[in-house]
Design a protein around this ligand. Structure first.
Ligand code: FAD
Length: 376
């Protein structure tokens, strides 16, 4: 085997950025990826209906970070996509995040100005100066009636916990609009890659200094791969340490069952994403991929998302107990000078794509800047 300088575990955003950066610096990079494809959770492919679908849920790119936006534009052209989400509530259809239309539709009000919406929120909210959990955080923003209809059961379906059982931070930043803006995000850059994410990753990783071994779990082969200048690990942090701090209580993750259906019609629903915040159905949302990029096909593919306990770890569950267990792993991780824990699972923290790009780019800059010294 040719000499390798850098070992990277995982070919998602974090692994791909570091591979691309080090390869362009002249280093030989080996990526081990346990799945049979690159692109991590951003992976997409053209399905049997000729529609570009995401295997691990719709991925909408949005950022305010100029550096990240410039970086991703080096590997793909992007088309503007301002994402919108609607929800079915009490047999009505409303925009998400909550805006003037949401309140008028659900409560038969006739709010028409920002001032009236602010007044409505002020009358309904239950103030908590320092919300101690997710329920208090939502009540503090929107009050009881919206909490019941839009947040309580959706959170239960998503996390198998009611908001009161989660850190305030999980729900604290829910956007609430005092106008008619029905865009899901308000970042300056909102776009999707022409040709999809997988194509973009192929371009990032096409450097001759990069070797990728797919279908290879690092823990099955780690004895064969030693003596690297640096290792970047982007898998679950507890797996790296063989779950040693989790004897009775393991770090919790939430997973998703993606159930795909083909329908013999042009469109199944009026929008790419329809959320179901109530308990009347088990799934959290239905994604219809054909809407993204206005794709053409005689049929349509929809995917129902059921959030579950078992399966691929997607979402770390942020509550005090898990933070405590994670802190023990972090202490161990920080002792390993040449192994870097990067990304969502290695840091036990939810990152949007732009944050994952930024963290990996920042780590590279920090490690390669002239004044960085290794510990000891
Ligand atoms: P990952 O993409 O998870 O990559 C880690 C890789 O490491 C995986 O490919 C995994 O197979 C591999 N790996 C793990 N362990 C091993 C091992 N032992 N050996 C070899 N390989 C291993 N972000 C947005 O900005 N917008 C969105 O709309 C959005 N939607 C999302 C929807 C869902 C359902 C999920 C789960 C996430 C979403 N995200 C979204 C977040 C986005 O997916 C992450 O920011 C991004 O995937 C983080 O990249 P990463 O490299 O840290 O992790």
């Amino acid at each position: 085997m040719k000499t390798i300088d850098i070992l990277i575990i995982g070919a998602g955003i974090s692994g791909a950025v570091l591979a691309e950066r080090y390869a362009n610096k002249g280093k030989k990079v080996l990526i081990l990826e346990k799945r049979n494809h690159i692109a991590g959770n951003c992976y997409d492919y053209v399905d049997e209906n000729g529609i570009l679908v995401s295997k691990y849920g719709a991925h909408l790119f949005h950022t305010n970070n100029e550096m990240v936006w410039k970086y991703v534009n080096r590997f793909s052209e992007w088309y503007p996509w301002e994402h919108k989400v609607i929800a079915r509530v009490d047999e009505k259809t409303v925009p998400i995040p909550v805006n003037i239309t949401t309140v008028n539709t659900l409560f038969d009000t006739s709010i028409s100005t920002e001032e009236e919406m602010n007044n409505w929120l002020e009358e309904n909210r239950i103030p908590f100066s320092n919300p101690s959990n997710g329920e208090e955080a939502v009540l503090n923003r929107v009050g009881q009636v919206l909490y019941e209809k839009m947040f309580k059961y959706y959170t239960k379906k998503q996390w198998d916990k009611y908001p009161a059982e989660l850190n305030a931070s999980v729900l604290e930043r829910i956007p609430v609009r005092n106008n008619y803006d029905d865009r899901y995000f308000s970042d300056s850059y909102q776009a999707l890659p022409k040709g999809g994410y997988t194509q973009m990753f192929e371009k990032m990783l096409s450097h001759p200094n990069i070797t990728i071994l797919l279908g290879t779990d690092y823990f099955d082969v780690k004895e064969q791969y030693k003596n690297f200048e640096k290792i970047f690990y982007t898998g679950p942090v507890d797996r790296f340490f063989e779950f040693k701090h989790s004897l009775s209580e393991q770090l919790e993750y939430r997973s998703i069952n993606f159930v795909s259906e083909t329908h013999d019609c042009e469109f199944f629903q009026e929008n790419s994403v329809v959320n179901y915040p109530g308990m009347e159905v088990d799934f959290t949302r239905i994604v219809e991929y054909k809407h993204f990029g206005n794709q053409k096909s005689d049929k349509t593919t929809i995917v129902k998302e059921f959030t579950v306990d078992e399966g691929e770890p997607y979402y770390p569950v942020p509550n005090p107990r898990n933070q405590e267990i994670y802190a023990k792993y972090k202490e161990e991780a920080d002792k390993l000078v040449d192994v870097h824990f990067v990304g969502r699972l290695a840091n036990y923290k939810y990152f949007n794509m732009d944050e994952a790009f930024k963290n990996a780019l920042d780590l590279f800059e920090m490690l390669e800047s002239n004044n960085y010294k290794t510990a000891g």
